[in-house]
Design a protein around this ligand. Structure first.
Ligand code: CMC
Length: 371
């Protein structure tokens, strides 16, 4: 049996999906048939969420209806806030968010009702940003900012985090990042959500599990690790020496490489362009110098291309988010894809339960002993 083992399920096609398509050969990513860069150029984040959930872009009326449902649920539930307040600020924001989503689920009397999964997805999409915004603000000793129902999802998220809606270029870069992060086929966290759903567990449990999977630095945690790396290097003049040392120690450079895309991540050019606009806006050419120096050095030394986390990390930094908040931002976007997969899995379910090739001790017996 051992010859059939594909460690890490590399190259294994585990199921069918109609939600997104990755083509590593052409380096393309389509959501429901639309190229992600086209969606990022032309759509709001809410439209993309609707597309992922329903399979089609919304009409004006459908969008208004979905936005109405979402906007009405933007305030943080007091029970969620109490739970967050119980957690020390030494807890990683992903741990805080994982706990908050668990509380959101536990306070939903219909948590186990499969027929209301779509309503739950809209609820989570609305309730995750206030938790992230509140967590950043409490860590900075700042008061909570109430939501504004007159604002779109992206503007309101930034308003609740920073107490104001920033310049359009910043809002736009944030919108683009959320669209690019929204969905990515059978990545580790989405697969986790599908495994949990396959046991007939509820949508909230699937999202809590997905958050746990996303936290790791080989997955979503890479965007914050990118910022740590750029800060550790400090200056473009030190990049090559840092990289040689890192590669010699066989350490991974965060934000580079991908399990599926070996010719480059199609999301990078769009996010890189948004980062460029932020650099101009904030007049932080030092950030771009550092960014470019590591990208070049990696190409020269390893030929490994950056993934989406590489431009999104410094973009979130320039926007003013704390580094530890970067992966929660990915959750705020990816919850759309996760919940679309939960609904797809539930609609045509088979328990996901692979086999293992046992390589432990031969059968043996407990020796007779006293007591
Ligand atoms: N830095 C240095 N070397 C690397 C890197 C990297 N970032 N990525 C791959 N390599 C090397 C790796 O050491 C290996 O070399 P060797 O064969 O000599 O041991 C070779 O490239 C192949 O790597 P692999 O681990 O077999 O490839 P994989 O498909 O299992 O890994 C990955 C994919 C994302 C885990 C890996 O590229 C990595 O660790 N990257 C850094 C973490 C990161 O940025 N993660 C975010 C991924 S994108 C967001 C998402 O979809 O979640």
């Amino acid at each position: 049996m051992s010859e059939e083992i594909r460690k890490g399920l590399v190259g294994v096609v585990a199921d069918r999906t109609a939600i997104s398509e990755i083509d590593p050969e052409t380096s393309s990513l389509l959501y429901r048939g639309y190229a992600v860069e086209e969606l990022a150029a032309r759509c709001t984040f809410e439209e993309v969420a609707y597309l992922l959930w329903h399979g089609e872009l919304p009409t004006r009326l459908q969008l208004l209806e979905m936005e109405g449902e979402g906007r009405a649920q933007r305030a943080m539930d007091e029970r969620v806030r109490t739970a967050v307040d119980l957690l020390p600020t030494t807890a990683h924001p992903m741990e805080v968010l994982r706990t908050a989503v668990s509380v959101i689920g536990a306070t939903d009397p219909y948590a186990g009702d499969r027929s209301s999964d779509y309503a739950k997805a809209v609820r989570l999409l609305s309730q995750i940003p206030p938790v992230i915004a509140y967590d950043q603000r409490r860590r900075r000793g700042l008061p909570v900012v109430p939501p504004r129902p007159d604002l779109g999802f992206v503007e309101n998220f930034l308003h609740m985090t920073f107490g104001r809606v920033p310049a359009p270029v910043v809002v736009d870069a944030f919108r683009i990042s959320l669209i690019l992060y929204a969905e990515h086929s059978f990545n580790a966290s989405t697969f986790t959500a599908r495994v949990i759903t396959s046991t007939l567990s509820d949508l909230y449990s699937a999202v809590v599990g997905a958050i746990g999977a996303l936290k790791g630095p080989l997955h979503g945690g890479a965007n914050e690790a990118v910022m740590d790396t750029l800060e550790e290097i400090g200056d473009a003049s030190r990049t090559l020496a840092w990289l040689d040392e890192t590669l010699a120690a066989r350490r991974r450079v965060m934000g580079f490489g991908h399990r599926v895309y070996k010719k480059g991540d199609p999301r990078v050019p769009t996010m890189r362009a948004a980062l460029g606009r932020l650099v101009e806006h904030y007049e932080r050419h030092d950030v771009l110098d550092l960014y470019t120096s590591l990208e070049r050095a990696m190409a020269e030394r390893t030929g490994i291309a950056p993934n989406l986390d590489y431009p999104s990390g410094p973009a979130y930094h320039l926007m003013g988010f704390d580094t530890r908040l970067f992966t929660p931002l990915l959750v705020a976007a990816r919850v759309t894809g996760w919940t679309a997969h939960v609904m797809e899995q539930a609609a045509d379910n088979t328990l996901i339960r692979p086999l293992a090739d046992y390589v432990g001790a031969e059968e043996r017996h407990v020796a007779e002993h006293d007591g």
